[in-house]
Design a protein around this ligand. Structure first.
Ligand SMILES: [Zn+2]
Length: 213
């Protein structure tokens, strides 16, 4: 699988484009909100001749969803997220303005994902892990075959997601990390929603914010 990461919008979200030799692709957390960012996705997708099958949002915070309308207009993918995202997703325009973005009309999700679901594209499959705590509706995407997990704002290199926004809960977040991330093998690469990639083993040993190791 090819994994391309873009750093988009003033909050510097990691937008991942996953694809494989079939040409099918998934965009995770499209954070593009400026025309030159749209252009970077367009160029990458065109250069590899990709067909974007899905947009998946790890959670409904505005920096992770602001590019949904553009992606849907451009590629007509299905939009997938966890159902518990909806109360926040439905208020996207309110959050957009509060965080300095322009108000946007979000496309309705085509399908809801829940813990244990598999999302297939090309020859790949991603397992959905439900991992609340940063906010309701937060999911991680795990590829057993390719040994990576996309964690959204659950866990970062040497840090964890904030819990002070609506529906955030520190205890729930720590349990999600313990039960869904620290149960993965040490060599699994962690691809977070912001900042650099890391591994499960490195975070298990060194992350100072983990309540359980
Ligand atoms: Zn977030």
């Amino acid at each position: 699988m090819d994994i391309k990461v873009f750093h988009f919008n003033p909050i510097m979200v990691n937008t991942y484009v996953l694809s494989d030799e079939t040409g099918e692709a998934v965009i995770v957390d499209p954070g593009n909100c400026r025309s030159y960012e749209d252009e970077q996705i367009r160029e990458y997708v065109a250069s590899k001749n990709l067909a974007v099958k899905y947009v998946i949002n790890t959670h409904p915070h505005i920096d992770h969803i602001i590019g949904n309308p553009w992606c849907v207009a451009e590629y007509r993918p299905q939009v997938l997220m966890h159902e518990d995202s909806m109360p926040i997703y439905d208020k996207a325009s309110v959050y957009a303005i509060a965080f300095g973005f322009e108000a946007v009309d979000m496309p309705a999700p085509d399908r809801f994902l829940k813990d244990g679901d598999m999302v297939g594209f090309g020859n790949q499959s991603l397992s959905i892990l439900y991992t609340p705590g940063h906010c309701d509706g937060s999911i991680c995407l795990y590829s057993d075959e390719n040994r990576f997990v996309i964690t959204g704002d659950l866990i970062f290199e040497m840090s964890v997601g904030r819990c002070d926004l609506p529906t955030g809960n520190e205890e729930v977040l720590q349990r999600s990390i313990r039960d869904k991330i620290l149960t993965l093998a040490d060599e699994v690469t962690v691809l977070p929603g912001h900042g650099d990639s890391t591994t499960v083993g490195r975070e298990r040993r060194m992350n100072p914010y983990l309540a359980y190791k």
